[in-house]
Design a protein around this ligand. Structure first.
Ligand code: GLO
Ligand code: MG
Length: 366
């Protein structure tokens, strides 16, 4: 074991001890797109539109303190505006956030809608389109700073391919790294949180897992400022366990945020309510976060959940409050797990007994 790893091990132990001594008070966030009108690829909206501006007043009463933004959630029509107009709009949003007592958790460049990003942004084969993607990303950093956010999220939606031969994958990875370095150079304080996803909309994405994210972070010009955002459904789509993905990021001190939700098998990205498909997997995500003291430095419990299309109503939010509630119940389950007993089962290598204990604990059976 190298010195560095031993030191990191000790640091992790300290974090665990700290997290045990004082329970975390969790703060929650979501993005305005999580209140939607129910459109899917096969049909239109089924609920009346509810304007973004009105959504922000709902956060606090629902128990949420953080707002996740796309650049054009902050500045609608961003591509048509000059920098003075963008700054003016940012000041307006900042004032609204301050008035509501809300924290802007992050801003993400929406690089999957514009005609310039049809075949990817940073990894497009067109130099002109790559320039559009970079310019828009640097503008996103400025927006984040102006509204008081310390992080930019890169969900690399179209950085991938539909057929392998369409792009040079090695070059694509280098271009993603160059972009990250250009972002770090543009602003000396901003953090970059990459949100990996293995597919959808592309068939094969270039940064499919947190392992890829962490490798990019270490290869970058300022590894401390490059982290990951792990979404439950994305990890499951990659055939991986979301709690192990989170544990990997946490072991490297690289978990910027999470998008908790759920996913019923290898299908389209479902963004189901947290715990809805697999309560035990949800419990294990909470367990990993709680054990590492996640949230103690102000990290948010971010949700990325979608209301069912079948749900009636003008402004459906029950999937958000429900997911938050389940998270908090699972925190109680984690805190009331008999860790001494778990240790005894581990020592005896009696994982059958451990499994039964966990299942009964989750079901509330003594
Ligand atoms: C889609 C992603 C997406 C991002 C959001 C923030 O699969 O989860 O919702 O989280 O655009 O970048
Ligand atoms: Mg997400």
């Amino acid at each position: 074991m190298s010195r560095d790893w031993r030191r990191r091990g000790l640091k992790i132990e300290r974090v665990i001890q700290n997290s045990m001594s004082k329970p975390t008070t969790y703060r929650f966030s979501f993005g305005p797109w999580n209140i939607s009108e129910g459109a899917d690829p096969f049909g239109p909206e089924v609920r009346p539109a509810f304007p973004h501006e009105k959504k922000y007043a709902l956060y606090k009463p629902m128990g949420f303190d953080g707002v996740q933004f796309h650049d054009d959630d902050v500045v609608p029509g961003i591509d048509e505006l000059n920098s003075a107009q963008i700054s003016k709009q940012c000041a307006k949003v900042k004032k609204m956030l301050d008035n509501q007592g809300l924290t802007p958790e992050f801003v993400a460049p929406r690089l999957w809608f514009a005609p310039q990003t049809v075949d990817g942004g940073y990894t497009s084969n067109s130099a002109k389109d790559r320039k559009y993607a970079l310019d828009r990303t640097l503008r996103t950093i400025d927006i984040a700073r102006e509204i008081g956010s310390k992080a930019v999220v890169l969900w690399l939606a179209r950085e991938g391919s539909y057929i392998r031969e369409s792009k040079n994958a090695r070059l694509a990875y280098q271009r993603i790294l160059e972009t990250i370095n250009a972002m770090l150079a543009h602003d000396k304080d901003i953090e970059i949180w990459i949100e990996p996803k293995p597919n959808e909309p592309t068939d094969m994405a270039y940064v499919p897992t947190i392992g890829h994210t962490v490798a990019l972070a270490y290869a970058s010009s300022d590894p401390k400022r490059v982290k990951g955002l792990i979404e439950t459904a994305h990890a499951l789509l990659a055939g991986l366990d979301p709690s192990d993905e989170m544990a990997f990021a946490l072991a490297h001190d690289k978990l910027g945020s999470v998008h908790l939700n759920d996913q019923n098998g290898l299908k389209y990205d479902q963004d189901k309510n947290f715990g809805a498909a697999n309560l035990r997997t949800a419990y294990n995500q909470v367990r990993v976060l709680e054990e590492a003291g996640y949230g103690k430095k102000g990290e948010f419990i971010g949700l990325d959940v979608k209301a069912m299309r079948t749900q009636k109503g003008k402004c459906v939010t029950s999937h958000l409050t429900g997911s938050r509630e389940i998270f908090l119940h699972l925190v109680e389950k984690v805190r009331s797990t008999d860790e001494k007993l778990v240790q005894q089962f581990r020592d005896a290598r009696d994982y059958e007994a451990l499994e039964l204990y966990i299942l009964k604990h989750l079901m509330g059976i003594k």
